[in-house]
Ligand binder design. Sequence first.
Ligand code: AMP
Ligand code: MG
Length: 349
Amino acid sequence: MKTLIKKVDAEFPENSLTIFETAAKIINSGGLVAFPTETVYGLGANALDSNAVKKIYAAKGRPSDNPLIVHISDISELYPIVSYISDKALKLIDAFWPGPLTLIFNKTDIIPYETSGGLNTVAIRFPSNKTAQLLIKQAAVPIAAPSANSSGKPSPTRASHVEFDLNGKIDMIIDGGGSKFGLESTIIDVSSEIPCILRPGSITKKMIEDVIGNVEIDSAVIKENTMPKAPGMKYKHYSPLANVTIVSGDIENTVKKINSLAFKSVSKNINTAIIATTQTENQYKYGTILVAGDRNKPETIAKNLFKILRKCDYLNIKEVYSESFDSDGIETAIMNRLKKAAGNNIIYV
Ligand code: AMP
Ligand code: MG
């Protein structure tokens, strides 16, 4: 299959209407279109067409019990696909949609089990990215879209990442520039009485609690070796080909430990990289230094993390040592992804 790749202006995608007409035709005839969102790039299919949705799992190599997020472009599109919306859900919708928050509801029969991974609930998101909104509007169907990477790889935050993983396997890629947030959406289950965060993201627990009061957080997000409630969270994920080790502790001891580990690794002629921050980059002496961002602006680290993990593969890195980000804002989401990339390989100093 030849993959059509088309660029649109992220600010003014409406100037490329013919591209959206082509993409909508592909979606409506059961094909796959990768498109930008504010979180990461998604791989879209008609969420109501079970055959189209099956193609997503095949292209990504995704396990069939891992449900997809359904994307809508207007709140009115929610009512036909979910059976009940609680008051707390309405408040969250009001506060955070369109934006990087996914809500889990009980589904209606028009959502096929292929989309919900066999569950009676369905995950829904209304993205704020203009290109994503325009595609959904033009296709006039809800679009099921997981991250547009090969299963297990870091999520794509630019069109070139999607091309690297899926060229020749999908019908089209819409290139709308780099992702604004760079981490997948926060997922919160609002299908039962007490809302529960299943995946941390850029919308933090504190931001949610400011709107609806106390919420739970799935213990698997924090504790190792616990079965997560979001089926997809149990899979090894986000991994570069290299061995990843996180070093956790105060900054001074972290830098010392990483320098010592990197020295040993480089001495054995192992291609080594360090994931550093603007605060520490000048203190490292060995290997390739990759700056994730500024500790005082953790959203910069969120935005760059997947790009850096992918860069390790492109540079043929075999050993990665990363600093740790231990704070309870967006750092919870950063650490959740980093720990998965490291297979929970952490050294405490
Ligand atoms: P991705 O779109 O690749 O970010 O993956 C979607 C994530 O949402 C996976 O971790 C899924 O397990 C999770 N998810 C989707 N639908 C549901 C659902 N109905 N219940 C729980 N988790 C879900
Ligand atoms: Mg994914």
